[in-house]
Design a protein around this ligand. Structure first.
Ligand code: AMP
Ligand code: FE
Ligand code: FE
Ligand code: ZN
Length: 284
């Protein structure tokens, strides 16, 4: 493997629900020989100032990004924004509002768990989030520590999902608003791990994709842990057909058996996608 064989364009830090700080994550990416890294915290850009400054100081290619959870008529999905301007004041207002809603939701999650006899408290969850925006993984880590679940997969099989204790729907940003903010701050919007949208086949997905493109989507995350080989090839083919940029990421959080630079445990995300992405961003 050469030093530039792989990269990772979808990762999370302690600013949202990852377990490594931006700096630790960049160090790990560099130690693993990654050609580039994108930090894409959930509804949050708070890790980016430190990340960008540190990456610049050591000459490492870092894309400042974000991952929005989106409300959409046929179900929610995730939208990545690459190269968003994290200094933008209007974006900060939007993200502060989403963060406040996440805190309210954490409160309701804990209240529902307590009602169902699970003994955890909000302060523990808030401490687990360490000042970052709160998500279900922080509650999950408390549940694991308290012995209510073995690991993350076990937690999400039994808690905080529809029909289970602690399920509370999340308030999300509307699709067109997210797209508008990504463009307004100089970024480009990309559909994250498309398979999580839940289409029956790629003919159906192509129909959705036409709507996404008409609203401004510019790329597809073809390389994602949940994608089988046939998903990757179908998504790459669609990206080529509609002139979209192809990205890939491990969705690294640090405690789910993910590996930086890999989609799944051992498939490298090819660094060959980098030149096209760079060109795309230069034109944006
Ligand atoms: P939230 O944004 O608060 O709804 O939390 C969503 C996050 O929970 C995702 O980004 C993952 O980090 C985590 N998550 C959701 N489902 C699972 C799962 N089945 N296994 C592990 N982590 C999960
Ligand atoms: Fe997450
Ligand atoms: Fe996601
Ligand atoms: Zn993610």
């Amino acid at each position: 493997m050469t030093a530039t064989a792989h990269l990772d364009l979808h990762t999370h830090t302690t600013a949202s629900d990852g377990i490594r700080s931006p700096r630790e994550l960049i160090d790990a990416a560099r130690a693993d020989g990654l050609a580039a890294l994108a930090i894409t915290d959930h509804d949050c850009v708070d890790g980016l100032p430190e990340a960008v400054a540190y990456a610049q100081s050591i000459g490492f290619r870092l894309f400042p990004g974000i991952e929005f959870s989106i409300d959409y008529p046929t179900g929610s999905f995730h939208l990545l924004g690459f190269n968003v301007d994290f200094r933008d004041a209007e974006l900060k207002v939007v993200l502060d509002d989403l963060s406040a809603k996440r805190s309210t939701r954490a409160n309701r999650i804990v209240a529902d768990l307590n009602e169902k006899g699970i003994d955890i408290d909000l302060d523990e969850v808030v401490a687990m989030a360490g000042g970052g925006t709160i998500g279900r993984p922080h509650v999950a880590r408390v549940l694991i520590r308290r012995g209510y679940a073995r690991d993350m997969a076990d937690t999400f099989a039994n808690f905080m999902v529809k029909g289970k204790p602690g399920y509370v729907k999340k308030d999300k940003i509307a699709f067109d608003d997210a797209i508008r903010h990504i463009y307004r701050t100089g970024g480009i919007p990309i559909i994250a791990h498309p398979i999580s949208i839940g289409y029956a086949d790629y003919t159906q997905f192509e129909g959705l994709l036409k709507d996404f493109i008409s609203r401004g989507v510019k790329g597809l995350e073809a390389y994602a842990p949940l994608h089988q080989a046939h998903d990757v090839s179908a998504l790459v083919r669609l990206a080529e057909k509609y002139n979209l940029v192809i990205t890939g990421g491990s969705d690294y959080h640090g405690d789910k058996n993910e590996r930086l630079g890999c989609y799944g445990t051992d498939r490298l995300i090819p660094a060959e996608i980098l030149p096209a992405l760079e060109e795309f961003l230069a034109r944006a």
